[in-house]
Design a protein around this ligand. Structure first.
Ligand code: C2E
Ligand code: SIN
Ligand code: SIN
Ligand code: SIN
Ligand code: FE
Length: 422
């Protein structure tokens, strides 16, 4: 028996074969039908799609044979792949010095006739064969050889389709992965943005408070009261959190009020109060541009900061701007700066007014001591429908237990009342 020499392009050929990822895969109809057809057309009991790797030939599809592989050294196909351009025909293996003592000739399946058409890929690599086997001697005429070669081309096409489908599936997976990665990145960036925005708002609120309240408790309490009112009015948790956060900036405009007024121990003169009242406008200007006119002012005077803060994609800052501007309006139209009345006052401003005045009343100020919780409640109720939106005020009192908990938890040392001292 003569083992076949290795093809000249063996290394490339094996690489091409392995690249197909075809070895040791499951049966596939496309290959099985061609093999079945070969047995019918040529009238032989055995036909194979045989792939020749380093050590063996492995059958992607077989009819009439048990087992799915055999040693490369005994394989007829190892000879057939040496001539990629022709169909190798062995008419009677007993008379062929290459095969006469081959174990498949001397023992079952007692091969006599063999015809193998190489499976040649587009780069000229013979990956294996489509072969016919019979225990009877036989031959193929020119037309039959061409037919077998054409069927072998069909097998090569099957391999090509399969490769294309595989590559496309891999590409699809890659796209999916890429998409998932992008989504994760966007989520992370959004969260980062959200966090940095909150930090900017906290920092601004703290800057505004620092001059007359270095604990930050006023801002925190007001925002917690605002949250309770919002929830009572039917905001969902996200919406309530958003308004609560925005309310922290309600007095940011006090940055623009001189210490001599802000920290004055006694009552303000009318003139001083006029300056103080400007804090609503200052606050709005600092936080956001509400309309085109103000946008021009902001960009002209304040550069990048307000342009970023005033980005209209951030409704949070629009809410903050509305609150800064409208938290001293009164329900009856006697507030400032615009003397808006009723529903013309933005709802967030009406809500913050209740929270802000309640906290001012229960806090010590340079100009006044703290009122008791009960006295503060009375003063609020007196303002129902004149100073305060009745709906916002009623929502506040509907949650008076939660309000009291916040009041106690974030109490300032200076807010001790005569009642507490007693
Ligand atoms: P603030 O001290 O935080 O007070 C906010 C709001 O709470 C006030 O807005 C007012 O509506 C209410 N409020 C505060 N204290 C009292 C009070 O004793 N009685 C009643 N009924 N309501 C009170 P308003 O009046 O527009 O004042 C805005 C800001 O102007 C105040 O914020 C405070 O910083 C300043 N301010 C107002 N009045 C005086 C004052 O007499 N002296 C000084 N130094 N500052 C004042
Ligand atoms: C076998 O029957 O496994 C051998 C067939 C061949 O060498 O092609
Ligand atoms: C304070 O921080 O105590 C006064 C600020 C305000 O009235 O909102
Ligand atoms: C905070 O909640 O972290 C501080 C609140 C503030 O003072 O702005
Ligand atoms: Fe204010």
């Amino acid at each position: 028996m003569q083992a076949a020499p290795l093809p000249e392009n063996e290394e490339d050929r094996l690489r091409a074969l392995h690249d197909c990822e075809l070895l040791d895969t499951c049966a596939e109809r496309g290959f099985d039908e061609i093999v079945r057809m070969a047995t019918l057309v040529f009238g032989v009991p055995i036909a194979l799609v045989s792939l020749v790797d380093e050590q063996r030939q492995w059958f992607k599809s077989s009819v009439g044979l048990d087992g799915c592989e055999s040693g490369r050294d005994q394989a007829f196909c190892s000879h057939a792949i040496l001539r990629p351009d022709e169909v190798t025909v062995v008419t009677d293996a007993r008379r062929d010095p290459r095969f006469r003592d081959n174990p498949f000739v001397t023992a079952p399946p007692h091969i006599r006739f063999y015809a193998g058409a190489p499976l040649v890929d587009p780069n000229g690599h013979a990956l294996g064969t489509l072969c016919l086997i019979s225990p009877e001697p036989g031959d193929l005429d020119a037309g039959q050889r061409e037919s077998l070669a054409l069927l072998a081309r069909q097998v090569v096409d099957q391999i090509a389709y399969r490769n294309a489908a595989r590559r496309s599936a891999a590409y699809q997976r890659e796209l999916e992965d890429h998409k998932t990665n992008l989504e994760i990145k966007v989520r992370l960036r959004t969260r980062e943005l959200h966090r940095s925005r909150q930090e900017v708002i906290q920092a601004l609120a703290r800057a505004a408070e620092f001059r007359d309240d270095d604990t930050g408790h006023h801002v925190r309490r007001v925002s917690l009261y605002v949250r309770e009112i919002c929830l009572e009015l039917g905001y969902d948790a996200d919406g309530a959190d958003r308004v609560a956060l925005a309310s922290k900036l309600h007095d940011v405009g006090k940055i623009g009020v001189p210490d001599s007024i802000l920290l004055k121990p006694g009552k303000l003169t009318q003139e001083q109060f006029e300056v103080m009242k400007k804090h609503s406008d200052h606050g709005c200007t600092i936080v956001a541009h509400l309309d085109e006119d103000e946008e021009g002012v902001l960009q002209g005077h304040c550069g990048l900061g307000p342009a970023i803060l005033g980005n209209p994609e951030y409704p949070l800052l629009q809410i903050a701007a509305r609150i800064a501007l409208s938290h001293h309006e009164r329900w009856d139209g006697t507030g400032y700066p615009k003397q808006l009345a009723g529903d013309d006052i933005p709802i967030e401003g009406r809500i913050t007014a209740v929270a802000d005045v309640f906290d001012a009343l229960t806090s010590a100020r340079p100009y006044k001591p703290a009122f008791t919780f009960e006295r503060a409640c009375e003063i609020l109720i007196e303002g129902r429908g004149s100073h305060f939106d009745p709906a916002a005020l009623d929502a506040f009192f509907a949650r008076i237990d939660a309000v009291q908990n916040i009041y106690r938890e974030y109490r300032d040392a200076l807010a001790l009342t005569a009642e507490d001292a007693a």
